[in-house]
Write a protein that binds this ligand. Structure first.
Ligand SMILES: [Zn+2]
Length: 248
């Protein structure tokens, strides 16, 4: 059994991230299981090494220790960076495409997709049989209507929550859902702590888990904690030095 802290170095951490770290460390102590640190840096465009420094500084400030994972920024760059594993993730994508799940290339532009609130492909890409071409199309996993996923005994309708979700991005990078499942499979993760905004992501990951040999995610224990908000009630988001908030 193992649990993990899995921050993304796409901005400076905020109180909500620190709350997530502390909650995960408390869970590790409660179950007497090892704690791993995994830094999800696959999104190279938003990566900055000072964000990685900030992760280590924050963990030291909180006096959180971890048994598995990089010890510092240099160790992370030398041995743990996901930015250097794209060939590995591409092989995992081939595994998923060879499974019983249906995937298809989606050529819809960002503006077309953002106009549809429900997510998924608003066009007819599923039946169009497009080729997957870097910087022209993304690959989606088809979620059949009324697909329900059980997360800790709570039934979620994945079709209405997320729709056909992206597994390989238009910018030719693996999507978060693929990376997270592969990394949690390789680590053997059994306990996962996330903000409640990631409940649909958890359901998506359970949906593809068995196709990637990650049955540990089907049976894992999930904790989805409430998100911290600022004084006005808005969700906290990471800050960048240029002042633009990023998604967490
Ligand atoms: Zn499409």
């Amino acid at each position: 059994m193992v649990t993990r802290i899995a921050p993304t170095p796409s901005g400076f951490l905020h109180a909500g991230n620190r709350f997530n770290f502390q909650t995960t460390a408390d869970l590790a102590r409660e179950y007497a299981i090892p704690l791993a640190l995994r830094i999800d840096d696959v999104d190279a465009a938003r990566f900055r090494s000072e964000y990685v420094d900030d992760i280590f500084n924050t963990l030291h400030e909180l006096r959180i220790d971890w048994e598995i994972g990089p010890r510092d920024t240099a160790d992370f760059e030398a041995h743990w960076s996901q930015r250097k594993k794209s060939a590995y993730y591409r092989a995992e994508l081939a595994l998923l495409r060879g499974s019983t799940l249906e995937t298809y290339a989606c050529r819809c532009s960002r503006s077309i997709i953002s106009a549809v609130p429900s997510g998924g492909c608003p066009g007819q890409c599923r039946t169009a049989q497009h080729e997957l071409v870097a910087h022209e199309s993304a690959l989606r996993v088809h979620v059949p209507t009324d697909t329900t996923i059980s997360v800790n005994g709570v039934e979620l309708n994945l079709d209405s929550e997320l729709g056909d979700f992206v597994i390989w991005r238009r910018d030719d990078l693996p999507a978060y859902q693929l990376v997270s499942v592969v990394e949690d499979r390789d680590l053997g993760t059994t306990h996962i702590v996330r903000g409640e905004d990631l409940l649909a992501s958890t359901a998506a990951q359970i949906f593809i888990a068995s196709s990637l040999g990650a049955d540990n995610l089907v049976t894992a224990h999930y904790v989805h904690h409430p998100l911290l908000t600022d004084a006005s009630g808005a969700k906290l988001s990471k800050s960048r030095q240029n002042g633009n908030p990023s998604h967490t």
